[in-house]
Ligand binder design. Structure first.
Ligand code: FES
Length: 124
């Protein structure tokens, strides 16, 4: 059965910010990305670091040496332990396609979020 957990008022998490909450014993990071809210488990699938305490960053794309383009600013979280990066919107790991030697399916658990009358809820 799905339960809804009250995260806080929408105004508590401005754009580009996050809030870490504990819901039913699970630590969850709730992010505001351009006015939309996303929630992921605050546990890195690599070795269990508190993923959401890592920096929020951009996807850095490069077309060649010295050419860097920051894309999707604020949509990527970087684990503080070994710098694995995850897409906050999907939970999927970010892998540089040029460096990939095999395909990974490493994801961090994500949760549905709704905003009702300016209050944010995570659905578990
Ligand atoms: S524990 Fe997150 S990258 Fe290693």
């Amino acid at each position: 059965m799905m339960t809804s957990f009250f995260v806080g008022k929408a105004s508590e998490i401005p754009e580009g910010e996050k809030k870490i909450v504990v819901a039913n014993g699970r630590s969850i990071g709730v992010y505001n990305i351009e006015g939309q809210f996303f929630a992921i488990r605050n546990t890195c699938p690599h070795q269990g670091a508190a993923l959401c305490t890592g920096i929020t960053t951009a996807f850095i794309n490069s077309s060649g040496p010295g050419n860097f383009v920051h894309e999707r600013e604020g949509e990527i979280v970087r684990c503080p332990w070994h710098q694995w990066e995850f897409d906050i919107k999907t939970g999927h790991m970010i892998v540089d396609p040029k460096k990939r030697t095999k395909s990974y399916d490493v994801t961090v658990e994500r949760f549905d979020v709704s905003v009702e009358e300016s209050e944010i809820y995570v659905h578990l």
